[in-house]
Design a protein around this ligand. Structure first.
Ligand code: ATP
Ligand code: MG
Length: 418
């Protein structure tokens, strides 16, 4: 049997690349305009990094990580998300020494052993940002504004920004107790995962993919916020209103990673069922310290590239077509046009040809298939006179040009048609 790709892992084919490149380019432009710089961290790390940061009793760490022992017996994991590695690098290279605000973005593949379905893969891509150093709610507003800006620039509508606060160490324990009291009588009716979460991580019950509707009357963190957390959240809400960024407060929004504090948010789409979150993030004020660094607060988000692309209008995002197809008829003609092709490509003109020198009819078909803007026909007669016939494929106009002048001629025509 032929060997196929691993289940839940996709090839991104050339025809899909224009959309991917457009998304990546737009994200870079938007992030860089907010002062973020790219960082590239490894796709694998010591397992302990993820267990410590994401939290031992989260879905990711409990059942989704690709973990293996390498040949030295070290326990390694393919990164399931980007924040842990970025924060590790931030600490390891003391990036906090240079600036009070360190703003980083990353993009690349993540790995989670989940049940593959539409919008859910085992290798998927994220583009994410981390702003380290600022605890002020205006940093949160900036991050949310940037996320909003990115989706506006991409022309993606129909997504809703949901925000919530998860409080901090001072107030979350009180809420956890209230939530456990509320959940206790419901315990026998909860799914197996939630029965476990009740003990280890009760907030995560609210994020149940099976029956979150059961908890519509649960107590919410917002009613349990301590003074400083409440003030922080109110400033964020006010700031978003001032900037005209639409959002809704979802008091039952929790996240699948333990490190979040205070502001948390998701960008939710109107479809895709359980895969309806296209971007998500929040503040993580204790994470850097938890991983052995100084007390530096942080906030970030990651967007799922496959899900974002499913929302993109790709009509105008097509693969580049050649500017010119050269129909060289016969071996001698092919030999003669090779240096011409070389000069054209040196000038950045996209050229295709048939290296076999096939018949005019079959080569004109190829020119059509490539969708070339122009075709240059070089046959025996043309070779003798050192000329060629240049055909504009749209207007069908044909002119004779000297082979030596073809680069200039095309450059002129291409600038005119732009
Ligand atoms: P979900 O609730 O859909 O499982 P999550 O809370 O696990 O998402 P995060 O860890 O917050 O997701 O990751 C941020 C984004 O990455 C998600 O909003 C989503 O767009 C994308 N994402 C997460 N897991 C996958 C996956 N297995 N396949 C494709 N995209 C994913
Ligand atoms: Mg998940």
């Amino acid at each position: 049997m032929n060997i196929q790709a691993i289940k839940g892992v996709k090839d991104i084919l050339p025809e899909e690349m224009p959309a991917w490149l457009h998304l990546e380019k737009t994200a870079r432009e938007v992030f860089e305009s907010y002062g973020f710089s790219e960082i590239r961290v490894p796709v694998f790390e010591y397992t302990e990094l993820f267990a410590r940061s994401i939290g031992a009793s989260t879905d990711i760490v409990e059942k989704e990580m690709y973990t293996f022992a390498d040949r030295d017996g070290k326990k390694l994991t393919l990164r399931p998300e980007g924040t842990a590695g970025v924060v590790r690098a931030f600490i390891e290279h003391k990036l906090y020494a240079d600036s009070q605000h360190v703003k980083l973005y990353y993009l690349g593949p993540m790995f989670r052993h989940e049940r593959p379905q539409k919008g859910r893969f085992r290798q998927f891509y994220q583009i994410g940002v981390e702003a380290l150093g600022g605890s002020h709610p205006h940093v949160d507003i900036d991050i949310l504004a940037m996320l909003h800006r990115l989706f506006a620039r991409l022309g993606i509508g129909g997504v809703t920004l949901q925000v919530n606060s998860l409080g901090d160490a001072a107030c979350r324990d009180g809420y956890r107790t209230a939530l456990k009291e509320y959940l206790k009588p419901k315990l026998p009716t909860l799914c197996g995962d939630c029965q476990r979460r009740y003990e280890t991580n009760p907030l995560r019950v609210l994020d149940c993919k099976v029956d979150a509707e059961k908890f519509v009357d649960s107590p919410v963190m917002l009613d349990h916020l301590c003074g400083p957390c409440k003030e922080h959240f109110e400033t964020v809400e006010q700031g978003l209103k001032t900037l005209g960024i639409p959002f809704v407060v979802n008091p039952r929004l929790v996240r699948g990673l333990d490190y979040y504090t205070r502001t948390t948010f998701e960008l939710v789409m109107g479809h895709l069922g359980a895969q309806n979150t296209v971007a998500a993030g929040g503040r993580y004020d204790g994470l850097v310290q938890e991983l052995g660094g100084p007390a530096v607060p942080g906030i970030g988000f990651a967007l799922g590239v496959e899900r974002a692309i499913s929302l993109l209008d790709t009509t105008n995002l097509k693969a580049l077509r050649p500017h010119l197809y050269i129909a060289a008829l016969g071996d001698e003609a092919v030999r003669k046009v090779m240096p011409v092709i070389h000069s054209l490509r040196t000038e950045g003109i996209r050229v295709e040809t048939d290296y076999a020198g096939a018949s005019l009819k079959s080569q004109m078909k190829k020119a059509d298939k490539f969708g070339a803007a122009f075709t240059l026909i070089v046959g025996e007669q043309e070779l003798a006179s050192q000329t060629a016939v240049l055909r504009d494929m749209a207007t069908k106009e044909q002119i004779a040009v000297a082979l030596s002048g073809i680069v200039e001629e095309l450059k002129n025509r291409l600038t005119r048609s732009r």
